[in-house]
Design a protein around this ligand. Structure first.
Ligand code: SAH
Length: 357
């Protein structure tokens, strides 16, 4: 049993079953035993590999897409470049390197990283050595200024609650004690006004998931973008109105039981892009179509960038890696269609590049 399992069992014994969201928050960010806050290896050798860790092309293209938005919106001074959940800091480092070549941009956009894990902040500080950057605890702490924002695989790590439809009501999946360990059980059904719109696309027995932190997150981002200008680019795995049980734990690149060893595996769930679009629209922003990552990167010119990098690869092994990385990021059977991209921008502004049909 992990130390965190003991802590969670004690809490459940004292105050009753907890929601999946409470469970996920403790597993990922418990100050001592959380997956992101503890000692677990993270990154290429860790439990999963993210797009920026696969190739520098990912961060370069996103950095230049944000730069294009900045130019299209009149190159505002005193603007913010921000990333939430920056992991090892690779995406931000690649974005800054690419943006460094855009005349006038480096002094105008000040980099901000939103990171909850003190340990990962240190990793990011090392990756950005020499770049003046600020770290924030929450998106709400971002300056009231034009905001050029990106997040890759951040929303999937935000805790979910999970509900099963029973008639016109919903029962909730809870984590409780099961013998010596942890188990799952559903509550008796009740009406859930916040899930009323899901009665249309589900049947009894259907599972839907809900992220309690999403409304405040999208309101903070879309509010700033609408009031001051900028753009928010969100990349994650999921779908429009994602459905079903998508809660998963990964250790060593392999799915594992999320309840067995809390704190030692990465926990995620699919992102519902419709929820993002609805919340951003409500906050006054214009929302793009949701497009597959492969299509988005092709539109931004990944093939041309891949060809020019191929010419400077030091040897055949590096070239083969590079070709495999391009394929991994874009091919429909790899990350190309499981991952989606959506963006929002102010009313009346030029839409960001990459989303054209
Ligand atoms: N974007 C990175 C890593 C994604 S992993 C990449 O593409 O490689 C998720 C990241 O979000 C980690 O840095 C984790 O510490 C951070 N994180 C998770 N929950 C958070 C929260 N509630 N607030 C801020 N950061 C969070």
């Amino acid at each position: 049993m992990t130390p965190l399992a003991r802590i969670l069992l004690a809490r459940i014994d004292a105050t009753g079953p907890i929601t999946l969201a409470e469970f996920m928050a403790e597993c990922l960010l418990h100050p001592e035993h959380g997956y992101y806050t503890g000692e677990t290896v993270f990154g290429r050798q860790g439990d999963f590999t993210t797009a920026p860790e696969i190739s520098q092309m990912f961060g370069e293209l996103l950095g230049l897409a944000l730069a294009q938005c900045w130019l299209d919106q009149g190159a505002p001074q005193g603007a913010t470049l921000a990333e939430a959940g920056p992991g090892r800091g690779t995406l931000m480092a690649d974005m800054l390197r690419a943006q460094g070549k855009v005349p006038g941009l480096p002094g105008a956009l000040s980099p901000h990283l939103i990171e909850a894990s003190p340990r990962l902040r240190e990793v990011q500080r090392a990756a950005l050595a020499g770049q003046p950057s600020r770290w924030l605890e929450r998106v709400d702490d971002l300056p009231e200024a034009p905001l050029f924002f990106v997040a890759n695989e951040f929303i999937d790590a935000l805790p979910i609650r999970q509900f099963r439809r029973e008639g016109a009501g919903w029962s909730e999946c809870m984590v409780r004690r099961a013998g010596e360990g942890l188990g799952l059980a559903f509550t008796p059904p009740e009406p859930r006004p916040e899930l009323a719109h899901r009665l249309a696309d589900t049947a009894p027995g259907s599972i839907v998931e809900f992220r309690p932190a999403l409304p405040a997150l999208i309101a903070a981002l879309a509010g700033r973008v609408s009031r001051h200008g900028g753009v928010a680019l969100l990349i994650d795995y999921g779908d429009w109105r994602s459905r079903g049980d998508t809660f998963q734990a990964l250790r060593d690149h392999t799915p594992c039981d999320p309840l067995a060893t809390p704190g030692t595996a990465d926990l995620t769930a699919h992102v519902d892009f419709e929820a993002i679009a609805r919340l951003a629209t409500r906050a006054g922003a214009v929302v793009t179509a949701m497009v597959p990552q492969g299509t988005f990167l092709e539109h931004l010119g990944i093939t041309q960038r891949a060809q020019s990098l191929a010419r400077v690869m030091p040897d055949n092994a590096a070239l083969e890696n590079h070709i495999a990385a391009h394929r991994r990021l874009t091919h429909p059977q790899e990350m190309g269609s499981l991952f989606k991209v959506i963006a929002f921008h102010p009313r009346g502004s030029t839409p960001p590049p990459g989303f054209e049909p």
